[in-house]
Write a protein that binds this ligand. Structure first.
Ligand SMILES: [Zn+2]
Length: 626
């Protein structure tokens, strides 16, 4: 949920007062700036049917059996895509049961399955299948999942995972992962959840604050059935859309995995249920995590020190993204500063190979309440003004997004702005729409704590629950300004990075370039002390990697030729965009891999060669003898 942003605006009070007088006298001239044309796309059609978008293509895929079309499976889809688990979506019971691993979504009540289907599900598990379900209340399914009673509630606030040996809890090893919140205590009404009274055949792996079971594990024959009380729509997607009930425990700068734990559960379920699993890893080049560098340049005196940060990063062999506020109208907050020598410095940053993103035009604290606007806003027509710290006139979401892009694209040779960050990290519901219709591809406007997510994800349109925009979100993990300032929080920041690297998640750091001393030293210290296996680099470059990874089409098939030793696999991949460093993880050590892939020393990770657009690659993988 929204919280007040804490990114402080710097005021130049005298200049502001003078300019307010000037403005009231209408002595302002149109700014002499180059603005590129930014076409505005018509509203995009709603997502296609997920059954068509995520088709069946190989036996190792997890089958997501979509039991009720009234609840879109985006929550589960986000979890599986984030974790690199192969899956398909189906409404066809028989097709789902041809796969060993089956997820039931969004649930099952008394009308969902016939008696024969319940028998077949039970037999599937007994014969070695793996079933992961949520929100099951149907009486005939009690025996399969191991509960005596199901209780629906809207008053639960917390979930605590048991420490134990069940393999699906493998990644929940920190206190922040052992207990997560569904809502802040102030909310009397919380998202709907199902809770259970377990029978003697099931183990309780997590419980709500009211004592009911929130996660059950039920062994049955050769297989196992898991039942999870909350819906992934509520514990994953609701958080990522920032429509949660303030479930986050902090706003920024701490490790908050409240939504990630549900992704990690599914990852561990897949890995423990599929003895020969293959997974698409989250980070490039076999790294455990990344520190993704970004800067906000949102003050007239922030441009010159930006070059000092660029120098430090160049020396460290890392790139970064500079988010530029294109302030061309003077108002109560400050004088215009997107002009003159600042533009020369900006062009120099770009010429040195650093990425440039938009940090809006006016950096309004009330941006989250702005109207979308008509989409016809241009430099010639758009004149927003801050009236005071909280209030503004004339601002629109389209205006902030479109005009800032047109100025960056117009003033910087070769620039095509595709990454946005809102001022004060305030996000209006219409931001995904405005961004995608203006040609943006990536956003970094939420904090990771606020959306309880340390993995990037597809930003839902209208911050809703059933439609995906074309924009990917990279939430801010660490920032510089919260007291006592990043220079005095480096050890805590490293601890957050360590926690995320244990999960394969990433860390976006935001450092304002208003201070080239303490903040610069803090960044140097972070880069020097990064934990083993954690890379550092440009946010925009990683965003491109992540999207290509997310859209990668891949399948694994066993080769038919039988012989001595384990059978070889064929890994087929295809990408629509160029991408480097894609890494696959294998359940068992490999004896060899061909096709130009590099086997890492643990022999369980392989880095693919650079992929060219629309040039499929087929790689033969030979597992080591057991
Ligand atoms: Zn800012």
């Amino acid at each position: 949920m929204r919280r007040p942003g804490r990114i402080v605006t710097r005021l130049a009070p005298l200049a502001a007062a003078l300019l307010a007088v000037c403005t009231s006298l209408r002595c302002e001239r149109p700014p002499a700036l180059r603005a590129a044309d930014v076409p505005v796309h018509a509203p995009f059609a709603k997502d296609a049917d997920p059954v068509a978008t995520y088709p069946e293509s190989f036996p190792m895929q997890v089958a997501v059996l979509w039991t009720r079309p009234d609840e879109h499976p985006l929550g589960v889809i986000h979890a599986l895509r984030g974790m690199g688990v192969p899956f398909f979506v189906t409404r066809d019971f028989d097709q789902a049961l041809r796969h060993r691993l089956v997820i039931l979504f969004p649930g099952a009540d008394k009308g969902t399955f016939t008696a024969d289907q319940v028998r077949r599900l039970t037999r599937h598990v007994g014969e070695g299948g793996a079933l992961f379900a949520q929100d099951v209340t149907a009486e005939p399914l009690r025996g399969l999942f191991g509960f005596r009673e199901a209780r629906r509630s809207q008053t639960r606030h917390r979930i605590r995972f048991e420490s134990g040996t069940d393999p699906i809890l493998k990644y929940l090893n920190r206190p922040e992962e052992r207990e997560v919140r569904l809502a802040a205590a102030a909310y009397k009404e919380t998202p709907w959840t199902s809770g259970y009274a377990a029978d003697s055949g099931a183990a309780v792996l997590a419980s709500y604050d009211d004592g009911d079971a929130a996660l059950l594990s039920r062994p049955l024959g050769l297989g196992r059935a898991y039942l999870c009380g909350p819906s992934y729509t509520n514990v994953v997607l609701r958080c990522q859309s920032n429509r949660d009930f303030e479930a986050e425990r902090h706003y920024v700068n701490v490790f908050e995995p409240g939504a990630d734990v549900w992704l990690l559960l599914l990852r561990a379920w897949y890995e423990s249920s599929a003895p020969d699993f293959v997974r698409l890893a989250t980070n490039p080049g076999g790294r455990r995590s990344m520190l993704l560098l970004s800067h906000d340049v949102d003050w007239e005196n922030s441009f010159a020190p930006a070059l000092d940060f660029a120098r430090l990063e160049k020396e460290a062999g890392a790139g970064s993204t500079f988010f530029i506020q294109t302030k061309y109208v003077s108002d109560a907050n400050s004088a215009a500063f997107f002009q003159g020598a600042n533009l020369d410095r900006l062009r120099e940053l770009a010429a040195r190979g650093f990425s440039i993103g938009s940090h809006s035009v006016m950096h309004a604290r009330g941006f989250n309440a702005f109207e979308l606007g008509p989409g016809s806003e241009t430099l010639a027509s758009y004149r927003p003004k801050a009236l005071d710290l909280e209030h503004a006139a004339g601002g629109t979401v389209f205006g902030e997004v479109r005009v800032s892009k047109s100025l960056l694209d117009g003033e910087i040779p070769g620039q095509r702005t595709i990454l946005f960050r809102a001022g004060h990290l305030r996000v209006p519901r219409t931001l995904p729409e405005a961004l995608e219709r203006c040609g943006y591809e990536f956003d970094s406007s939420f904090t990771a704590c606020d959306v309880l997510s340390n993995f990037p994800y597809h930003l839902p349109r209208d911050l809703g629950f059933d439609d995906e925009s074309g924009v990917y979100e990279f939430p801010v993990t660490l920032e510089d300004e919260e007291a006592p300032g990043i220079a005095r929080r480096v050890p805590e920041a490293l601890e957050v990075i360590r926690a995320n690297s244990d999960n394969g998640a990433v860390n976006v750091v935001l450092i304002h370039t208003n201070d080239a001393k303490g903040k610069l030293e803090a960044e140097a210290a972070l880069l020097r002390q990064l934990p083993d296996g954690v890379g550092a680099g440009d946010l925009l470059a990683f965003a491109r990697f992540w999207r290509a990874r997310d859209r990668l089409r891949w399948r694994v098939v066993q080769e038919t030729a039988a012989g001595a030793g384990p059978r070889a696999l064929r890994l087929e991949v295809a990408s629509d965009e160029a991408v480097s460093g894609l890494t696959f993880e294998f359940a068992r050590p490999l004896a060899s891999i061909d096709g130009g892939a590099t086997l890492l020393p643990d022999r369980r990770h392989a880095v693919l060669p650079d992929l060219r657009p629309r040039t499929p690659l087929s790689i033969r993988v030979r597992p080591a003898d057991r």
